[in-house]
Every structure is written in structure tokens, then in C-alpha cells.
Write a protein that binds this ligand. Structure first.
Ligand code: AMP
Ligand code: ZN
Length: 488
């Protein structure tokens, strides 16, 4: 199949650029990870679902992708400007546990949520606390090259006036960034935009996570250094894509660029900067600190499928804000249910049992006419800065095209599922398998209902539908007959 060239919006240039990695056919991708001090919420999941789609699309386009994602388990201060409490210490106090327990428990919850969302695991998951040496080395290199200075009883700071392109990512001049930073308390910094590379424990602080460094016996890394140090460690001094939320543009990523390019002497540190817009709740950013967040468990407890949530995420572009409402999810759940129902019809028409679905064989149909036209359109949207909303509309078109056969439609679904990660076929298959093994009394009720319908006895048919509901089954009328589905 013809591959459309891949293009991606780059925050550095504020434009959609043709994608050309440093090395032909290979992509190094670093995604800013999760700070493990509280529950993973739907805002995070939206961001990681879109990272996941980016990786899937790149791999499908033939690139070998090395996908690295960190776990922030130390040093992330409540404010971006190196003031306020360490988030991990804050979480430990909130839940009355040690920082190590907090980190372990919320990391576990993060992966559980990621798995439920259908996000593929990164190739490398790296923890800040397990890469202290690499971070320290980068700070020492910066000190050696004259970019760092020490503020007594505070920390080692990066001197932003030493470089002439500080703030290039945020597209702001130093003075403008300084204006924002000035609002924060700063003691002893040479410039308001200077940031902590390494922090010292304050007298009487008694932190749980501290390491010895050349400057202080009890000290710990600043937040920004972990991403630069680990990215360089796993992907080299220059790599292709770095992702994060839009909140990271003015401070975290701006500082990552400053410290990495100054330490390695290589520019650019990253070729394409990808930034995800926020998931909001009633106009506010869904965030751990605002406490207005919902988790994947809330979604499941309310009876929704994570796959329906994922489909909802796919219908908005990653650079646009998405306002989360339960009504919107409810609407998407209905669309998802009808998608599963349609898929069951297709599988039924083809008479395919679970072990008879040969995905590769079915998928190959998607690359030849008449499905090819749709597949090309689908990829053209995705290859243009991940146009997932438009890609989803192609699926609705395919399912409405009466000229397509059941296996042709299914072939597109296989592709859709594999690239957008929205599980449909296995769900439909599992429901059908469930149907095959109906308890005898349920099957009897279903047969009675069928007979009642055939003799136009609608009252009896309705009563039997209610009876089935009472014993835990919902009747679904597919094109080739009625089926009973276990209630969720
Ligand atoms: P954190 O754990 O706060 O460092 O966040 C992990 C990632 O999720 C970062 O890239 C954030 O920018 C992103 N993020 C946090 N809140 C939201 C939200 N409401 N919507 C989308 N992305 C978010
Ligand atoms: Zn980061």
C-alpha cells in the first residue's frame, strides 16, 4: 500500500513539518512520564493514549521506534519555579505513608490504568530514583562548563543568561519569561528564570529521599534534570520526538532544552516537540492538585467501557482541549455498543469462531480494492499530525457502505483496532462466545420469545424479554435473529 508521508506539528517551529528522523527508519521517542504521588486521572490517560497512537502509527509506517517513558518519583516541586513542597513528600503526608510506598502504589495504579486504556507499554520505563548517577553527571558537566552556580543552603542552579536562545521553545524572549517567573519568590538567583539542577535538604527538613552529592551530604535532583539525563542515557544526545502536556512548554521543556544542549554541546537536543492539550472538567484542567479528577475505576464503576472512553479521546485532536462530561461519555458508549453489535453481525455472517479469526489474512483485504481507498484515507488523516477525529469518521463511512462484504468491513475494523487501540473485535467475539454457552433456561426463554415473535404475539415476546432481563440477560435483535447478552 502507498504510504503517505508523515507530518507532525512541532512546537519549536509552530508548524506541521514533514517528519524526518535523525536516522533513516529509526525513531527515538521520549514521553514525559507520570509523577507518582496521587491517582492517575483521565487527563493523564488522554495524553498517554495519544502517545500510544503516535507510536502505533510510526511503527505501522515502518519505523523502528524506541519508546522511553520516565516515572517521576522524586524532586517534582509543587510549583514549576523551584518553590513549594516536593510532590512525593506531599502525597506521603496526605496518605500517611512513606514516600517509597506512595511511589510504588501510585506507579502500580498508573500501569493498571494504562493497561485498562489499552496503551502499549513503553520499551523503557525509567525511574528518576534509579538514575541519580546520570543526573549528577549532567549537573557536574554543566558546572564544569560554567553554566551552573551554587546558592548556599539551597541548591545548584542553571544560569539562563549564559545561553542566548533560552526560551526558544516557548517562543518567548528572556525578559517575557522573567516577567512570569518574577511572581515567584526567589532567593539568591542571578536571573528569575534560573532553575534548580540539584537541591539541598533544608535544615530540619528530614526528607526521606536524599543522596550524597559533591555539594551536600543530603541532597536530591531538581525535577527537570531527570528527563534530560535519562533521555540522553537511553536515546543519545540527540533524538527525534519528545512529548508532554502543554503545561511543560514554558518551564519544564524549556529548561530541559537549556540544560541538555549546554551539557552535550549539541543542537537540537530534540527534533520534534509534541505537546498535548488538556482534558478539562467544566472548563478547568483535570488535575491532581485541583482535586476535580476522575479515574479509570470511576469510569468502570459507572458501567462504561474503557474502550468507549478511548473512542471519545480519539474523536478530538490531541492539540485541542477536550471538555470531559459524563453525558459525552454516555453518548460515546452508545456508539461503541452499536459498533460492537455491528461487529457481532459481521462475525456471525462470516460464521467465524474465536480461534478461526486470522487477523493477518483479514487485514490483508484492507490493502486491496475496494477497502484500500478507505484505508488510504484513514492513514492520510493520521499521517497529517495524527488526525484521529477524521480517521474515526472513515470507520463510520466503511460500516455504512453497503457495497462492501462482511469480511471487507471486518478487514478495516482490524486495521482501526490495531492503529487506534480501540478494542472491538475481541469484545464482540467474547460476547458471541458467551452466547454460545447460554444456560439452558435462558436459551429456553430466548426460544420461546422467538416463537412468540414469529406468531406476532408481541405481548408475550415483551414479557419474555423482561424475564430474561430479570435473570441477568439483555435481548439484542441482530439481523439474523435474537441473542441474549449478559448484563454488565
Ligand atoms: P504529571 O504527573 O502531573 O507530571 O503529569 C503527567 C503528564 O500528564 C504530563 O505530561 C502532563 O502535562 C499531563 N497532564 C496532566 N494533567 C493533564 C490533563 N488534565 N490533561 C491532559 N494532560 C495532562
Ligand atoms: Zn519530563
Amino acid at each position: 500500500m502507498n504510504k503517505t508521508p508523515f507530518a507532525l506539528y512541532n512546537t519549536l517551529s509552530r508548524s506541521i513539518e514533514p517528519f524526518e528522523p535523525f536516522e533513516d527508519g529509526k525513531v527515538g521517542l521520549y514521553a514525559c512520564g507520570f509523577t507518582v504521588y496521587d491517582f492517575t486521572h483521565l487527563g493523564h490517560l488522554r495524553k498517554y493514549a495519544m502517545d500510544d497512537v503516535l507510536v502505533r502509527v510510526l511503527r505501522h509506517s515502518g519505523y523502528t521506534v524506541t519508546f522511553v517513558q520516565n516515572v517521576t518519583d522524586v524532586g517534582h516541586l509543587a510549583s514549576d519555579a523551584d518553590t513549594g513542597e516536593d510532590k512525593l513528600e506531599k502525597g506521603a503526608k496526605k496518605y500517611g505513608k512513606t514516600v517509597w510506598d506512595i511511589a510504588a502504589e501510585f506507579e502500580q495504579y498508573f500501569w493498571k490504568s494504562m493497561d485498562a486504556m489499552g496503551n502499549l507499554r513503553p520499551d523503557v520505563s525509567c525511574k528518576a530514583t534509579e538514575h541519580i548517577k546520570q543526573q549528577l553527571e549532567m549537573v557536574l558537566e554543566l558546572e564544569k562548563k560554567g553554566y551552573a552556580y551554587v546558592i548556599a543552603d539551597d541548591g545548584v542552579y542553571f544560569d539562563t543568561a549564559k545561553i542566548d536562545d533560552y526560551g526558544k521553545l516557548a517562543n518567548l524572549k528572556l525578559e517575557e519569561l522573567q516577567e512570569g517567573a518574577r511572581l515567584e519568590i526567589n532567593t539568591g538567583k542571578r536571573n528569575p528564570t534560573d532553575f534548580a539542577l540539584w537541591k539541598f535538604e533544608r535544615p530540619g527538613e528530614n526528607r526521606a529521599m536524599v543522596w550524597e552529592s559533591p555539594w551536600a551530604e543530603r541532597s536530591f535532583p531538581g525535577w527537570h534534570i531527570e528527563c534530560s539525563a535519562m533521555a540522553v542515557d537511553y536515546l543519545g544526545e540527540q533524538f527525534d520526538i519528545h512529548t508532554g502536556g502543554i503545561d511543560h512548554i514554558p518551564v519544564h521543556h524549556t529548561n530541559e532544552i537549556a540544560q541538555a544542549e549546554s551539557a552535550t554541546g549539541k543542537k537540537p537536543f530534540v527534533k520534534y516537540w509534541v505537546h498535548h492539550n488538556f482534558l478539562r472538567v467544566e472548563g478547568e484542567k483535570m488535575s491532581k492538585s485541583l482535586g476535580n479528577f476522575f479515574t479509570i475505576d470511576d469510569v468502570i464503576e459507572k458501567g462504561f467501557d474503557p474502550a468507549a472512553l478511548r473512542l471519545l479521546f480519539m474523536t478530538s485532536h490531541y492539540r485541542s482541549e477536550l471538555n470531559f462530561t459524563w453525558d459525552a461519555l454516555s453518548g460515546m458508549q452508545k456508539r461503541y455498543d452499536s459498533l460492537v453489535k455491528k461487529t457481532k453481525e459481521l462475525l456471525d455472517l462470516l460464521g467465524k469462531k474465536s480461534d478461526e479469526i486470522n487477523r493477518e489474512e483479514i487485514r490483508s483485504l484492507a490493502y486491496s480494492e475496494p477497502v484500500k481507498t478507505y484505508s488510504e484515507e484513514f492513514f492520510a488523516h493520521l499521517h497529517h499530525d495524527l488526525g484521529t477525529p477524521e480517521a474515526v469518521t472513515v470507520l463510520w463511512k466503511v460500516l455504512k457502505d453497503t457495497a462492501l462484504t462482511a469480511d471487507e468491513m471486518l478487514s478495516f475494523l482490524v486495521l482501526f483496532e490495531e492503529i487506534l487501540g480501540v478494542e472491538v473485535i475481541s469484545v464482540a467475539r467474547a460476547q458471541l462466545d458467551d452466547l454460545v454457552a447460554l444456560p439452558a433456561e435462558v436459551q429456553q426463554l430466548l426460544d420461546d420469545r422467538k416463537n412468540a415473535r414469529q406468531s406476532n404475539d408481541w405481548a408475550t415476546a415483551d414479557r419474555l424479554r423482561d424475564e430474561l432481563f430479570e435473570v441477568g440477560y439483555i435481548v439484542e435483535d441482530l439481523s439474523n435473529g435474537a441473542q441474549a447478552l449478559k448484563k454488565r
